[in-house]
Ligand binder design. Structure first.
Ligand code: UDP
Ligand code: MG
Length: 139
């Protein structure tokens, strides 16, 4: 896994509302190649571990509850400068503040149910991808 990769989750709100296909199209239309992809339902423990950096935050409990409330799509994505480019494509955490045309502006519900996750650094992309995929399954 190099710095031209990032990790993403299509979150339970977007999957349950039927946006998986449209969001994946936005991603590939923006020049990202899918390097790995799986659908799964996180246990509460897995959601706690994935978001452990946020465990002291007030929103942590609700976030864990939400992320384990239904199936998600986890992907590893490949593009030059992937982490930054993907954060630009998804927009601000709060969809009310997300730039027009971003995935969160168009598909998110609120600051918690915000449709997608994107890694915030190449180091975290590596950590997050390895949480779900062995190296042999990242193409
Ligand atoms: N979140 C929330 N309330 C907040 C801030 C964040 O529920 O006030 C949730 C939201 O789903 C967000 C996730 O916690 O995507 C992780 O927060 P972070 O600040 O890392 O935002 P992101 O990197 O996803 O934009
Ligand atoms: Mg983050």
């Amino acid at each position: 896994m190099d710095s031209d990769m990032t990790f993403s989750i299509i979150k339970p709100d977007a999957v349950s509302r039927g946006y998986t296909g449209q969001i994946l199209s936005r991603i590939t239309d923006s020049g990202f190649a899918i390097a790995a992809l799986r659908m799964l339902w996180l246990t509460r423990q897995q959601a706690e571990d994935f978001y452990s950096v946020h465990r002291e935050r007030g929103f942590y409990k609700g976030l864990v509850e939400f992320m384990s409330s239904g199936p998600v799509i986890v992907t590893v994505l490949r593009k030059a400068n992937a982490v930054e480019e993907f954060r630009r494509l998804i927009g601000s955490t709060d969809p009310a503040k997300a730039e027009k045309g971003t995935i969160r502006a168009d598909f998110a519900t609120d600051v918690q149910k915000n449709a997608v996750h994107g890694s915030d650094s190449p180091e975290n992309a590596r950590r997050e991808a390895s949480f779900f995929f062995p190296a042999i399954e990242i193409f």
